[in-house]
Design a protein around this ligand. Sequence first.
Ligand code: KIV
Length: 263
Amino acid sequence: MRITQTTLQKMHENHEKFAALTCYDAIFANILENAGVEVLLVGDSLGNVLHGDNTTLSVTLDDMIYHTRCVARGSSKAFIMTDMPFGSYQASPEQAFQNASRIMAAGAHMVKIEGGKIMADTVEFLARRGIPVCAHIGLTPQSVHQLGGYKLQGNSEKSAKQLLNDAKILEKAGASLLVMEVVPAKLAKEITRALAIPTIGIGAGVNCSAQVLVLHDMLGLFQGKKPRFVKDFMVGANNIQEAVANYVVAVKTGQFPGQEHEF
Ligand code: KIV
Protein backbone atom coordinates (compact mmCIF):
# COMPACT_ATOMS: atom_id res chain seq x y z
CA MET A 1 0.00 0.00 0.00
CA ARG A 2 1.22 3.50 -0.84
CA ILE A 3 2.44 5.70 2.02
CA THR A 4 0.49 8.94 2.09
CA GLN A 5 0.62 12.23 3.90
CA THR A 6 -1.93 10.75 6.32
CA THR A 7 0.38 7.79 7.04
CA LEU A 8 3.22 10.18 7.89
CA GLN A 9 1.00 12.35 10.09
CA LYS A 10 -0.23 9.26 11.98
CA MET A 11 3.34 7.99 12.44
CA HIS A 12 4.28 11.36 13.88
CA GLU A 13 1.31 11.35 16.24
CA ASN A 14 2.27 7.81 17.37
CA HIS A 15 5.88 9.01 17.99
CA GLU A 16 7.07 6.64 15.26
CA LYS A 17 10.00 8.13 13.35
CA PHE A 18 10.15 7.84 9.57
CA ALA A 19 13.08 7.83 7.16
CA ALA A 20 13.57 9.95 4.06
CA LEU A 21 16.36 9.98 1.48
CA THR A 22 16.89 11.89 -1.71
CA CYS A 23 16.26 9.86 -4.84
CA TYR A 24 16.63 10.79 -8.47
CA ASP A 25 15.97 7.64 -10.53
CA ALA A 26 13.87 4.48 -10.85
CA ILE A 27 16.36 1.85 -9.73
CA PHE A 28 17.19 3.67 -6.51
CA ALA A 29 13.49 4.36 -5.88
CA ASN A 30 12.94 0.61 -5.87
CA ILE A 31 15.98 -0.12 -3.69
CA LEU A 32 15.18 2.60 -1.14
CA GLU A 33 11.52 1.79 -0.65
CA ASN A 34 12.24 -1.94 -0.38
CA ALA A 35 14.77 -1.12 2.35
CA GLY A 36 12.00 0.68 4.27
CA VAL A 37 12.48 4.35 3.33
CA GLU A 38 9.09 6.04 3.65
CA VAL A 39 9.82 9.32 1.80
CA LEU A 40 11.71 9.69 -1.47
CA LEU A 41 12.77 13.31 -1.89
CA VAL A 42 13.48 14.25 -5.49
CA GLY A 43 15.80 16.95 -4.24
CA ASP A 44 17.27 19.80 -6.24
CA SER A 45 20.53 18.57 -4.69
CA LEU A 46 20.63 16.69 -7.99
CA GLY A 47 22.27 19.88 -9.25
CA ASN A 48 25.21 19.04 -6.98
CA VAL A 49 25.40 15.27 -7.05
CA LEU A 50 24.26 14.53 -10.62
CA HIS A 51 25.18 17.70 -12.51
CA GLY A 52 28.36 18.56 -10.59
CA ASP A 53 27.39 22.17 -9.82
CA ASN A 54 28.42 23.99 -6.65
CA THR A 55 24.89 25.22 -5.99
CA THR A 56 21.31 24.17 -6.77
CA LEU A 57 20.58 27.43 -8.59
CA SER A 58 20.92 26.09 -12.13
CA VAL A 59 18.45 23.24 -11.68
CA THR A 60 15.41 23.71 -13.93
CA LEU A 61 11.74 22.83 -13.66
CA ASP A 62 12.22 20.39 -16.55
CA ASP A 63 15.05 18.69 -14.59
CA MET A 64 12.75 18.20 -11.60
CA ILE A 65 9.88 16.93 -13.76
CA TYR A 66 12.17 14.46 -15.54
CA HIS A 67 13.61 13.04 -12.30
CA THR A 68 10.18 12.93 -10.62
CA ARG A 69 8.95 10.78 -13.53
CA CYS A 70 11.98 8.48 -13.19
CA VAL A 71 11.40 8.04 -9.44
CA ALA A 72 7.64 7.57 -9.85
CA ARG A 73 8.21 4.78 -12.39
CA GLY A 74 10.45 2.89 -9.96
CA SER A 75 8.24 3.35 -6.90
CA SER A 76 5.04 1.66 -5.75
CA LYS A 77 5.13 2.20 -1.98
CA ALA A 78 6.95 5.34 -0.91
CA PHE A 79 5.71 8.92 -0.59
CA ILE A 80 7.30 11.05 -3.31
CA MET A 81 8.15 14.67 -2.56
CA THR A 82 9.78 16.94 -5.13
CA ASP A 83 11.69 20.18 -4.69
CA MET A 84 10.47 23.17 -6.65
CA PRO A 85 13.65 24.59 -8.19
CA PHE A 86 15.00 28.10 -7.77
CA GLY A 87 12.95 30.68 -9.70
CA SER A 88 9.93 28.41 -10.22
CA TYR A 89 7.82 29.59 -7.26
CA GLN A 90 9.19 32.76 -5.64
CA ALA A 91 7.57 35.31 -7.99
CA SER A 92 3.93 34.70 -7.03
CA PRO A 93 1.53 32.05 -5.71
CA GLU A 94 0.11 31.77 -9.24
CA GLN A 95 3.56 31.05 -10.70
CA ALA A 96 4.07 28.43 -7.98
CA PHE A 97 0.74 26.76 -8.75
CA GLN A 98 1.42 26.57 -12.49
CA ASN A 99 4.80 24.93 -11.94
CA ALA A 100 3.80 22.76 -8.96
CA SER A 101 0.91 21.31 -10.96
CA ARG A 102 3.39 20.08 -13.60
CA ILE A 103 5.52 18.45 -10.89
CA MET A 104 2.45 16.75 -9.41
CA ALA A 105 1.40 15.56 -12.87
CA ALA A 106 4.84 13.92 -13.22
CA GLY A 107 4.15 11.76 -10.15
CA ALA A 108 4.99 13.77 -7.02
CA HIS A 109 2.69 13.56 -4.01
CA MET A 110 3.93 16.81 -2.46
CA VAL A 111 6.15 19.72 -3.42
CA LYS A 112 8.82 21.28 -1.21
CA ILE A 113 9.59 24.98 -1.20
CA GLU A 114 12.32 26.88 0.63
CA GLY A 115 11.75 29.96 2.74
CA GLY A 116 10.13 31.29 5.90
CA LYS A 117 7.06 33.42 6.43
CA ILE A 118 7.58 35.17 3.10
CA MET A 119 6.35 31.91 1.50
CA ALA A 120 3.19 31.61 3.65
CA ASP A 121 0.86 33.04 0.97
CA THR A 122 2.26 30.59 -1.56
CA VAL A 123 1.90 27.63 0.83
CA GLU A 124 -1.71 28.62 1.46
CA PHE A 125 -2.48 29.14 -2.24
CA LEU A 126 -1.11 25.69 -3.16
CA ALA A 127 -2.58 23.80 -0.20
CA ARG A 128 -6.06 25.24 -0.76
CA ARG A 129 -5.90 24.13 -4.37
CA GLY A 130 -5.01 20.52 -3.61
CA ILE A 131 -1.23 20.61 -3.71
CA PRO A 132 0.34 19.44 -0.44
CA VAL A 133 3.38 21.45 0.57
CA CYS A 134 6.50 20.75 2.61
CA ALA A 135 8.14 23.94 3.84
CA HIS A 136 11.94 24.11 4.22
CA ILE A 137 13.64 26.46 6.69
CA GLY A 138 17.06 26.94 8.25
CA LEU A 139 19.85 26.49 5.73
CA THR A 140 17.97 26.98 2.47
CA PRO A 141 20.52 26.18 -0.26
CA GLN A 142 18.71 28.20 -2.95
CA SER A 143 19.54 31.31 -0.86
CA VAL A 144 23.20 30.38 -0.41
CA HIS A 145 24.47 33.70 -1.74
CA GLN A 146 22.20 35.68 0.55
CA LEU A 147 23.16 33.51 3.54
CA GLY A 148 26.86 33.98 2.74
CA GLY A 149 27.59 30.26 2.45
CA TYR A 150 26.42 26.87 3.65
CA LYS A 151 26.43 27.49 7.37
CA LEU A 152 24.51 26.96 10.60
CA GLN A 153 21.26 28.95 10.87
CA GLY A 154 19.25 29.92 13.96
CA ASN A 155 22.31 30.12 16.19
CA SER A 156 21.52 33.54 17.67
CA GLU A 157 18.58 34.24 19.96
CA LYS A 158 17.04 36.53 17.35
CA SER A 159 17.37 34.14 14.42
CA ALA A 160 16.17 31.16 16.50
CA LYS A 161 13.04 33.13 17.44
CA GLN A 162 12.50 34.02 13.82
CA LEU A 163 12.77 30.37 12.70
CA LEU A 164 10.29 29.27 15.37
CA ASN A 165 7.91 32.00 14.24
CA ASP A 166 8.38 31.06 10.56
CA ALA A 167 7.61 27.41 11.35
CA LYS A 168 4.37 28.31 13.15
CA ILE A 169 3.26 30.64 10.34
CA LEU A 170 4.01 28.04 7.64
CA GLU A 171 2.06 25.38 9.53
CA LYS A 172 -0.87 27.77 9.93
CA ALA A 173 -0.73 28.54 6.21
CA GLY A 174 -1.23 24.85 5.45
CA ALA A 175 2.22 23.21 5.21
CA SER A 176 1.93 19.45 5.83
CA LEU A 177 5.61 18.80 6.56
CA LEU A 178 8.57 20.95 7.58
CA VAL A 179 12.22 20.32 6.66
CA MET A 180 14.78 21.95 8.97
CA GLU A 181 18.33 22.02 7.64
CA VAL A 182 21.50 22.73 9.67
CA VAL A 183 20.00 24.33 12.76
CA PRO A 184 20.89 23.75 16.43
CA ALA A 185 19.42 20.49 17.75
CA LYS A 186 17.85 22.32 20.70
CA LEU A 187 15.97 24.68 18.40
CA ALA A 188 14.79 21.84 16.11
CA LYS A 189 13.43 20.06 19.19
CA GLU A 190 11.59 23.19 20.31
CA ILE A 191 10.11 23.72 16.84
CA THR A 192 9.05 20.05 16.56
CA ARG A 193 7.29 20.31 19.93
CA ALA A 194 5.56 23.54 18.91
CA LEU A 195 4.02 22.06 15.74
CA ALA A 196 1.40 19.42 15.04
CA ILE A 197 2.86 18.49 11.63
CA PRO A 198 5.91 16.20 11.26
CA THR A 199 9.35 17.75 10.98
CA ILE A 200 12.20 16.27 8.92
CA GLY A 201 15.71 17.12 10.04
CA ILE A 202 19.00 17.25 8.19
CA GLY A 203 21.71 18.49 10.50
CA ALA A 204 18.97 19.31 13.03
CA GLY A 205 19.48 16.67 15.70
CA VAL A 206 17.60 13.56 16.70
CA ASN A 207 14.45 15.17 18.06
CA CYS A 208 12.71 15.66 14.72
CA SER A 209 9.88 13.41 13.54
CA ALA A 210 12.02 12.13 10.67
CA GLN A 211 15.47 12.42 9.11
CA VAL A 212 16.65 13.00 5.56
CA LEU A 213 20.08 12.79 3.96
CA VAL A 214 21.34 13.18 0.43
CA LEU A 215 21.57 9.61 -0.90
CA HIS A 216 25.08 10.00 -2.28
CA ASP A 217 26.33 11.41 1.04
CA MET A 218 25.04 8.47 3.08
CA LEU A 219 26.57 6.07 0.56
CA GLY A 220 29.96 7.72 1.06
CA LEU A 221 29.93 9.22 -2.44
CA PHE A 222 31.07 12.76 -1.76
CA GLN A 223 34.03 14.84 -2.76
CA GLY A 224 35.95 16.87 -0.23
CA LYS A 225 35.20 17.11 3.46
CA LYS A 226 32.26 15.17 4.91
CA PRO A 227 29.71 17.57 6.45
CA ARG A 228 29.30 17.10 10.23
CA PHE A 229 25.69 15.91 9.91
CA VAL A 230 26.46 13.14 7.39
CA LYS A 231 27.11 9.51 8.29
CA ASP A 232 28.54 7.10 5.73
CA PHE A 233 26.29 4.04 6.07
CA MET A 234 28.38 2.01 3.59
CA VAL A 235 30.86 1.56 6.41
CA GLY A 236 30.11 -1.89 7.83
CA ALA A 237 27.56 -2.76 5.13
CA ASN A 238 28.02 -5.39 2.41
CA ASN A 239 26.01 -3.59 -0.23
CA ILE A 240 23.79 -0.56 -0.91
CA GLN A 241 20.56 -2.31 0.18
CA GLU A 242 22.11 -3.16 3.53
CA ALA A 243 23.48 0.37 4.01
CA VAL A 244 20.04 1.88 3.36
CA ALA A 245 18.32 -0.66 5.63
CA ASN A 246 20.84 0.21 8.38
CA TYR A 247 20.03 3.91 7.89
CA VAL A 248 16.30 3.21 8.24
CA VAL A 249 16.83 1.27 11.48
CA ALA A 250 19.18 3.94 12.84
CA VAL A 251 16.62 6.70 12.15
CA LYS A 252 13.67 4.78 13.57
CA THR A 253 15.51 3.81 16.75
CA GLY A 254 16.94 7.29 17.28
CA GLN A 255 20.55 6.08 16.89
CA PHE A 256 21.05 8.48 13.98
CA PRO A 257 21.83 11.33 14.15
CA GLY A 258 24.16 11.02 17.13
CA GLN A 259 25.54 13.95 19.11
CA GLU A 260 28.57 13.97 16.83
CA HIS A 261 26.28 14.82 13.88
CA GLU A 262 24.44 17.73 15.50
CA PHE A 263 25.07 21.41 16.15
O1 KIV B 1 17.62 18.89 -2.30
C1 KIV B 1 17.82 18.29 -1.26
O2 KIV B 1 18.53 17.29 -1.21
C2 KIV B 1 17.19 18.78 -0.03
C3 KIV B 1 17.61 18.15 1.25
C4 KIV B 1 18.97 18.62 1.60
C5 KIV B 1 16.64 18.37 2.33
O3 KIV B 1 16.42 19.68 -0.07
